[in-house]
Design a protein around this ligand. Structure first.
Ligand SMILES: Cc1ncc(COP(=O)(O)O)c(C=O)c1O
Length: 387
């Protein structure tokens, strides 16, 4: 069959292949420990599951949902946003519920970019920034995220001829995969930069609510004037351990929110209402639910940090997000190391190069397994990785 250029050029989604690899080794009797994906192993809150089940009982909820989400969900999102970030959003104008934030990334690219435009993409990156941009014919311009710059891009290094064609800047803090984070000074600079060059910022904040110690990630919308140039994506996947529910939201600049709503309503028909009710229940949970859940992740983070650094896999402290970004031993590419480690130990981590050329030399290790599995993985790694 003759397929479109768009799908012919589209690479397979990397993490779709990981599952196959895991299943093959499991079928061969290997006790696999997967620390490769950011898929929370902890359960969604009990109240959320109960609300989902009760909403399922009402036949009214079996009908087509609202294209742009229920008013009650908009109100719950606005109230959560104000409590968490001190930013007021207008329901239905500044908010668009999504079937997970991933689809919002692809839609944002479609809504902003034309063929021949430049998309500014931090490297390493979440893969959809690239495919979303190239699917609509835009050219990626990579912005290295380097350890010595605290994984923040150097916007002032972008040459003028690139800036002239640049229409969209992707950002993601807390960052996947580097565990980098952004402070107010950075966001203020980015907003000023975007206004100066007429560039749209899409800030992907999927890890907003996984944070440690006294650190609290901020929203770019807290910066004055940000809502003129920026939208932000949030997700209940990592925030409330609801990855399988598929629910997230786009917030911010209302023109872009509206445009994406128009695009989306021509492609899907909204979010199953019981899932919307479940999301409202989650968003209304007290902040203490998040704090207690984050204590579990913090313990895992500390185990991984200590274990990796002890075997010479240097890793900086993750202040937020679900990952440790660790340097690999000399003599391997990150893919070779990952394959070798899996072969030797049954421990699967993600090669840094999956996230772009600047990820070479690192692996990403997810905190999504219980302490005892992390301890077992570290024991196995210690046995094969020379210091
Ligand atoms: C940086 C980043 N953005 C977006 C997503 C998508 O999340 P979801 O579609 O589950 O909301 C992920 C998922 O891993 C992610 O790591």
């Amino acid at each position: 069959m003759q397929l479109s250029k768009l799908v012919s050029n589209l690479p397979p989604y990397h993490f779709a292949g990981v599952q196959k690899k895991l299943n093959e080794r499991k079928a061969a009797g290997v006790d696999v420990i997967s620390l490769s994906t950011g898929d929370p192993d902890l359960p969604a809150p009990a109240q959320v599951v109960e609300r989902l089940c009760s909403a399922m009982q009402d036949p009214e909820n079996h009908r087509y949902p609202e294209y742009r989400g229920m008013r009650a969900l908009h109100e719950a999102i606005a109230a959560w946003f104000e409590r968490r970030f001190g930013v007021q959003l207008t329901p239905e104008r500044d908010i668009l519920p999504l079937i997970g934030s991933k689809e919002g990334l692809a839609y944002a690219a479609m809504a902003v970019l034309n063929a021949g435009d430049v998309a500014l993409i931090p490297d390493p990156y979440y893969p959809v920034y690239i495919t979303g941009s190239t699917n609509v014919g835009a050219e990626p311009y990579m912005l290295p995220l380097l350890e010595q710059d605290n994984y923040l891009p150097d916007l002032e290094s972008i040459p003028p001829h690139i800036l002239k064609k640049a229409r969209l800047l992707w950002l993601n803090y807390p960052n996947n995969p580097t565990a980098g984070y952004a402070d107010r000074a950075f966001f203020e600079h980015v907003v000023e930069f975007a206004r100066r060059h007429n560039i749209v910022i899409v800030h992907d904040m999927a890890y907003a609510e996984v944070y440690f110690d006294d650190f609290r990630p901020m929203s770019i919308l807290e910066v004055e004037g940000a809502n003129e140039v920026a939208v932000e994506l949030h997700s209940l996947s990592k925030t409330y351990n609801m990855a399988g529910f598929r629910i997230g939201m786009l917030v911010g600049n209302h023109e872009l929110v509206d445009a994406i709503g128009r695009l989306k309503s021509n492609i899907d028909t909204g979010i199953f209402r019981p899932i919307q009710y479940a999301a409202i229940e989650a968003l209304n949970l007290p902040a203490s639910w998040i704090e207690q859940r984050n204590v579990i992740y913090r313990r895992r983070r500390d185990l991984l940090l200590e274990g990796c650094n002890a075997i010479g896999m240097r890793a900086g402290i993750s202040r937020a997000g679900l990952y440790i970004w660790a340097a690999i031993p000399q003599g391997f590419t990150s893919r070779e190391f990952t394959d070798w480690l899996f072969e030797q130990t049954g421990v699967l981590v993600a090669p840094g190069s999956n996230f772009g050329p600047r990820g070479e030399g690192y692996v990403r290790i997810a905190m999504t397994s219980p302490d005892e599995r992390i301890e077992a993985a570290l024991e196995r790694m210690k046995a094969v990785v020379a210091k």
